[in-house]
Design a protein around this ligand. Structure first.
Ligand code: EPU
Length: 420
């Protein structure tokens, strides 16, 4: 297993290009199950999670060919409807093969994904939506077994106790594209990745309106065809580089960004005093004065993203003063707190809140990555800290950041891999 070693204290400067969005490409790959025709997806980030999804598609009978950042997904006419625990349990997004399999083949047997370190992560909303379309669902030996003679459109409310659900909206929207009649999803997730999936489905011949808003309408069609699609830029990768510029007091031009997707984050960092300028599809981030602490509450889009909570906590750890960080999507997503404290941060967790008492300087330390975004926060803290930080279990990072180490090297970071 590799560790990432960072010699902190280097100001990051230069340009970096953001890859395609992980959370768009995963459901979009699953959506190719809705057709026998070839789909071409461009701007695909090479990640552990995209490789897992390609393995799942192969296991379901798809032909998959990857060349640079483009993947061709074809039909082998050897369709299967069984998604194995071994694959689904490694990545939650694989559960969204359920909707397309059921839509296309009228049956599916998909392993339940299980929880993970960021929380229990139930799938009740996925199942509620699929049932509302008329599927018969049972749970057998850890698998969701779903069947339907014909899915039928209906109006459903998909909000949960923590708001809308991204992958549940994706799953139900995909199933509904081939249902009979009209489906209306109320309290749908508005995340840009859901809208990107809807745009791909529309290119495949689906009839969808309202994506990107809380009410999505889908008029079922008889069949879908192949399509070519470019994945939107990864807003969380962009956000991670924005924080990297600020935490190292650097000056970075971040290319291939969609400003509209970064509204809440940019607004919050500007409130803290960051100097951020937008040009076409890039943002330049630098400091003109010291940052001040800000309070952050994560919310469904267009609110502040939970996937940026850990990275902003690292930034607040080195911003003198008190900030309060409240997690409203995953109240237990605080695994990074103890690790940041090992580096000299002063963070106290109180339920779904973290009280951060910013200090001037962190010190490098051996730390352990626990999940994708927690890992990113530790790397950011390491870039700012005095001395050497060794981040263990970096396979979490490889799930969601393409070439992160190389990108930081180009910006002047002292960062390298070391075998454990
Ligand atoms: N929830 C339920 N029931 C459900 C589904 C979700 O109660 O059936 C709850 C969750 O427990 C959570 C809230 O609803 O409290 C929102 O979860 P959501 O379903 O939106 O999360 P997800 O779709 O499983 C996606 C991203 C996550 C991101 C969340 C929130 C993908 C592959 N994953 O997960 O990304 O944190 O939306 O924006 O799209 C990451 O990239 O690091 C990551 C974890």
């Amino acid at each position: 297993m590799d560790n990432l070693v960072i010699e902190g204290g280097k100001r990051l400067t230069g340009e970096v290009t953001v890859s395609g969005a992980k959370n768009s490409v995963l459901p979009i790959m699953a959506a190719t199950l809705l057709t026998d025709e070839t789909c071409i997806i461009k701007g695909v980030p090479i990640l552990r999670d995209t490789n897992t999804m390609l393995r799942i598609l192969r296991s379901l009978g798809k032909g998959v060919e990857m060349s640079r950042d483009t993947v061709n997904i074809t039909s082998t006419r050897n369709n299967k409807t069984f998604a194995d625990y071994k694959l689904v349990s490694t990545m939650r997004a694989s559960f969204c093969v359920l909707g397309p399999l059921l839509g296309k083949f009228k049956k599916a047997e998909v392993s339940l994904p299980g929880g993970c370190v960021i929380g229990i992560r139930p799938v009740d909303l996925h199942l509620k939506g699929i049932k509302a379309l008329g599927a018969d669902i049972s749970i057998v030996s850890g698998y969701v077994v779903a069947k339907a003679k014909q899915l039928k459109g209906t109006t459903m409310y998909l909000g949960g106790i923590c708001g809308s659900s991204v992958l549940a909206t994706d799953n139900v929207m995909m199933a509904a594209t081939l249902a009979k009649g009209k489906t209306v999803i109320e309290s749908a997730a508005c995340e840009p990745e859901v809208a990107d999936l809807a745009n791909f489905l529309i290119k495949m011949g689906a009839k969808i309106k309202g994506h990107g808003t809380p009410i999505i309408e889908i008029e079922g069609v008889k069949q879908l065809h192949g399509a070519i699609h470019n994945i939107i830029p990864d807003r969380i990768e962009a956000g991670t580089f924005i924080v990297a510029a600020l935490i190292t007091k650097g000056d970075i031009l971040i290319k291939n960004v969609c400003h509209a997707h970064l509204g809440a984050l940019i607004d919050k960092l500007q409130e803290a005093g960051a100097y951020i300028t937008k040009t076409d599809s890039s943002v330049r981030v630098r400091l003109k004065r010291n940052l001040k602490p800000v309070n952050v509450t994560t919310l469904p889009y267009p609110g502040f993203p939970t996937d940026m909570q850990a990275q902003v906590m690292s930034l607040m750890s080195v911003t003198p003063g008190i900030s309060l960080i409240t997690e409203k999507i995953y109240p237990d997503r605080f695994m990074h707190v103890a690790e940041l404290n090992r580096m000299g941060a002063r963070i106290q967790r109180e339920g779904a809140h973290a009280i951060v008492e910013g200090t001037k300087q962190l010190s490098g330390a051996p730390v352990m990555a626990s999940d994708l975004r927690a890992s990113a926060s530790l790397v950011l803290a390491g870039l700012a800290a005095q001395g050497k930080t060794t981040v263990a279990r970096i396979y979490h990072l490889e799930r969601g950041y393409e070439n992160l180490e190389q990108k930081f090297l180009t910006l002047g970071a002292r960062i390298w891999r070391k075998k454990e």
